[in-house]
Write a protein that binds this ligand. Structure first.
Ligand code: SUG
Length: 448
């Protein structure tokens, strides 16, 4: 049976703003309090989806969440009408209002982790929602993410696991710290889980400056839930120095696709041991060779890799042949990276082309092409059971572009988040979106 990898991109929500909420994420720290342009951000995201669609890849969309989140503001003790809640939160706890208003769910690489039916113990597609406990503004995503997964992947072919219990010891940031390598998307694969720290061994090395968001214990729990065995998994510790240099998720320093793993030499704490384990376990998957593309500090200094998001590229198999990188434009403007990519394409290896969509609005909050997508491998039968309205074609793209133009502001400051009109605009837009995507009543405000 044929299988595909489908990129589900997070649609940027109407409250996209820069609040400087993510310590350890250099771009978010740098751009906090600047004005954003939600309309441009959403259109840039749609253009990236259009690019993948034009390359012949299957593309789908995940809806944004309700923001500002009135349900969370209520849980945090605010009461009254929606307008009163916003006003009081703005006056008494402005940071809390920012946290409850972030459009961060657009970075769906952090929405959860999935295992395809070829790999899981019971032959079902598994999903575990990420708890994102490390950052308050992201920890409020889990319940709505789970609801979206359940409404899109419905029925007996899919198994949904709740987010891990919300504690730092089980900090889980989803697919941003998980890479599946396989001879082809549809063949059984190897799951590489990368973590920043381990709770069980307090003496183990850990970053000193910035938080390690993912724990080994969380990665192991997700692998257990998905029924993955020892021979199907590799657990590797991220280099703590890289986290301290701004690599807050592993997808800022490596990316894999089918039989290619593209990574920076500063990626892992024990590089040699990790690569050797990957190679050994890969052999059990058949004869197809695994290609490791290692980028040294000499070719691309870690600082440039973080600034340009070279490894937050999407590495995709193009139906016309070969692989392509979907890279942010910052890769073109960073000299060492531009030079490296030119050499890479000329080398005659599996990566034949680089595309540079503009994603500045998302990039300024630390979200590159790979952050904006959640990869799901589905076979024909599973695809037929997936909500059809979320798939992207030319017509749907045009409708979504019009929808953005109609509802989104082109300028937003953090102080605008208390504007009750923004909440109404946002809800009106989301209400219409559920109709466009055929998702029924997904949002709490639609049900109350
Ligand atoms: O969690 N930025 C996100 C970026 C997530 C990128 N995702 C991956 N690497 N997969 C984060 O740090 C910034 C929000 C603000 O500052 O307003 C933010 O949440």
């Amino acid at each position: 049976m044929q299988s595909w990898e489908i990129n589900f991109d997070g649609l940027v929500g109407p409250t996209h703003n820069y609040s400087g909420l993510s310590a350890g994420n250099l771009a978010s720290m740098k751009h906090g309090k600047q004005h954003s342009n939600p309309r441009e951000a959403a259109l840039q995201g749609l253009k990236k989806m259009a690019l993948l669609h034009s390359l012949g890849l299957r593309q789908a969309v995940l809806p944004p969440q309700e923001r500002p989140s009135i349900p969370h503001l209520k849980r945090l003790g605010f009461s009254g009408s929606d307008a009163e809640i916003l006003k009081k939160a703005h006056q008494l706890a402005p940071l809390l209002l920012n946290q409850c208003s972030s459009a961060s769910c657009m970075w769906v690489a952090n929405s959860g982790t999935t295992a395809p039916s070829t790999d899981s113990v019971d032959g079902k597609v598994h999903f575990t929602t990420a708890n994102l406990v490390c950052k308050a503004h992201r920890s409020i995503e889990a319940d709505s993410t789970a609801a979206a997964f359940r409404s899109i992947f419905k029925g007996p072919l899919f198994t949904h696991h709740s987010a891990l219990p919300a504690n730092d010891d089980w900090g889980d940031e989803g697919a941003a710290n998980h890479t599946r390598l396989a001879p082809t998307h549809g063949a059984p694969g190897l799951h590489l889980f990368v973590y920043g720290r381990t709770v069980a061994n307090p003496k183990a090395k850990a970053p000193k400056r910035f938080p390690a968001r993912q724990t080994l214990e969380a990665s192991q729990a997700v692998a257990r839930l998905h029924g993955l065995t020892d021979s199907q998994t590799v657990f590797a510790q991220q280099n703590p120095q890289a986290i301290d240099a701004g690599v807050f998720h592993n997808d800022v320093i490596s990316v894999g696709n089918e039989n290619v793993f593209f990574f920076h030499s500063e990626c892992f704490l024990n590089e040699k041991a990790v690569l050797s384990e990957i190679q050994t376990k890969w052999k059990a998957l058949g004869d197809k060779p695994l290609t490791l593309i290692r980028v040294s500090n000499k070719d691309v200094p870690l600082k440039d890799a973080v600034k340009s998001y070279l490894f937050n590229t999407q590495l995709v198999s193009v139906p016309a042949g070969g692989m392509a990188l979907i890279a942010p434009q910052e890769c073109e403007t960073t000299p060492s990276v531009r030079r490296y990519l030119k050499k890479l394409i000329q080398s005659g290896g599996p990566i034949r082309k680089v595309h540079y969509p503009e994603l500045r609005q998302s990039m300024q909050n630390g979200g590159g092409p790979a952050c904006l997508r959640f990869r799901v491998v589905l076979n024909e039968t599973e695809l037929a059971q997936t909500a059809p309205g979320v798939f992207i074609g030319d017509k749907k793209l045009a409708v979504l572009e019009m929808w953005v133009a109609k509802h989104y502001r082109d300028r937003l400051a953090a102080t605008d988040l208390a504007d009750p009109k923004l909440l109404v605009e946002s809800r009106t837009a989301l209400d219409e979106l559920t109709q466009i995507l055929g998702l029924g009543s997904l949002y709490p405000f639609q049900r109350s």
